[in-house]
Design a protein around this ligand. Structure first.
Ligand code: AMP
Ligand code: GLY
Length: 424
């Protein structure tokens, strides 16, 4: 079978890498792909991003199945376009993708279906937004309604920051249409975890749990980023908590969407906040896999991923079980100089060792030209280490990271600290 993976990040490299290991695969195309997918002889980059042109490519190449990585093509309706042409694709329709593409849609949905989440209100006018902030006090969280590439959430610790965030979005239009409406919500405290499942319209198949690190600097300091590292499994998700998240969040979400007349298919990713007492609330939904969560998750998946994807598009996820490597996988992101505000491009990358049983390097913002790898995006690489303990996974990841060179490389030295502290 021929498979197409849409996207160009570390998440897509990891999914394509896993698919290419299947004996049932003829070709894996990645559109547009990156330097790492270009280097892999089992993968083929396709320089197309327009969804209609991609559907035409899929017809021409007789692609059996398409898998979508990022949120933007999903929100733009790539699944609707492919299905209209009779093509098999795994992901949510444009309507279902609103769970991620509109925070107001997601919050109203959760409220309607009794899914635990922070208290909130939505505003498109300045004065009532400022008044609501004064009424509720700080800390408080301001979120742009639409997709803002990770820049749409301000966790305001003071009233001044909160008012400034509202002005930035509603008055200065810094985020364009995405910030034309804002969700203002209660600040939640606790520990975050990423809970990702596959949904075929009715059956739900949970993937291994994971946790990422959103801040740029060690000790969770510095600005928010797309994610500086992630590991799987997440020790905070005990079997009891897992069952509870399925019962209180994931199942009501899939059933609620169906009740509202929108069948959900695709990856469903609940970003959770777990409080001191162990109660989970939903911070946000994504309707795709996480990046960098996918990299350690794919590194642990033992089941043939092509078979899993076929069950997903055929609506038979209830007939398959996933097998996971029992080891911990830890992904450390190496980012470009200037990331996240103004990542510098063009730096030459050297020293990436061959993958081995303990370490795999996934590419994100890299380009291959004349056999030379250069930096072409904010998050450049994600090095995954595997080990029998969190510590040994971490050691294997950092041993590889330290061999890789590019000017201005930024990475955290403490990926996995929460999990390591828990094990003591
Ligand atoms: P989101 O894109 O909604 O996941 O938000 C990005 C990050 O902002 C999350 O990963 C959290 O670290 C933080 N965040 C979002 N909502 C809240 C909240 N209600 N309380 C505290 N932190 C939050
Ligand atoms: N790592 C979080 C995300 O993919 O949204």
């Amino acid at each position: 079978m021929k498979i197409l993976v849409v996207g160009s990040g570390g998440r897509e490299h990891a999914m394509a890498w896993k698919l290419s290991q299947s004996e049932r695969i003829q070709s894996v195309f990645v559109a547009p792909g990156n330097g790492g997918t270009a280097l892999n002889t089992y993968l083929k980059n396709v320089p197309i991003t327009d969804p209609i042109a991609l559907a035409e490519f899929a017809i021409r190449e007789q692609i059996g199945l398409t898998l979508v990585g990022p949120e933007v093509p999903l929100a733009n309706g790539i699944v609707n376009i492919f299905r209209d042409k009779g093509l098999k694709i795994f992901g949510p329709t444009k309507e279902a993708a609103q769970l991620e593409s509109s925070k107001d849609f997601a919050k109203a949905f959760m409220q309607r279906h009794g899914i635990p989440t922070a208290e909130y209100q939505t505003f498109s006018d300045l004065l009532p937004a400022h008044a609501y902030i004064d009424l509720k006090g700080a800390p408080i969280v301001i979120k742009a309604d639409g997709l803002a590439a990770g820049k749409g959430v301000v966790v305001a610790m003071t009233l001044d920051e909160a008012h400034a965030a509202v002005d930035m979005m509603l008055s200065d239009n810094k985020l364009g249409d995405a910030g034309a409406r804002v969700v203002i919500e209660e600040f939640l405290e606790g520990e975050e975890a990423s809970f990702i499942v596959m949904v075929d319209g009715k059956n739900i198949l949970p993937l291994a749990t994971s946790q990422d690190h959103k801040r740029l600097l060690d000790e969770d300091k510095g600005p928010n980023t797309g994610g500086m590292g992630a590991y799987s499994p997440a020790p905070i998700i005990t079997p009891q908590l897992h069952a509870r998240v399925m019962r209180e969040i994931i199942q009501p979400t899939v059933q609620g969407m169906a009740k509202d007349g929108i069948v959900f298919t695709g990856f469903l990713f609940a970003g959770l906040m777990i409080d001191e007492q162990g109660n989970p609330k939903t911070l946000e939904f994504n309707c795709r896999m996480g990046d960098p969560e996918t990299q350690p998750i794919m590194a642990r998946l033992k089941t043939d991923f092509v078979t899993v994807m076929e069950h997903a598009v055929d609506g038979t996820l209830d007939t398959i079980e996933l097998e996971w490597d029992r080891r911990t996988a830890m992904g450390v992101v190496m980012a470009a100089a200037g990331y996240p505000d103004a990542p510098r491009q063009g730096d030459i990358i050297t020293g990436i060792p061959d993958d081995n049983a303990d370490s795999i390097t996934f590419h994100a913002g890299t380009t291959l030209t004349d056999k030379q790898l250069t930096v072409s995006g904010g998050r450049v690489l994600c090095v995954v280490g595997l080990g029998d303990s969190v510590k040994s996974a971490q050691k294997h990841a950092y041993e590889t990271v330290e061999k890789i060179r590019f000017q201005g490389a930024q990475y955290r030295r403490d990926i996995g600290w929460r999990a390591i502290n828990k094990k003591h």
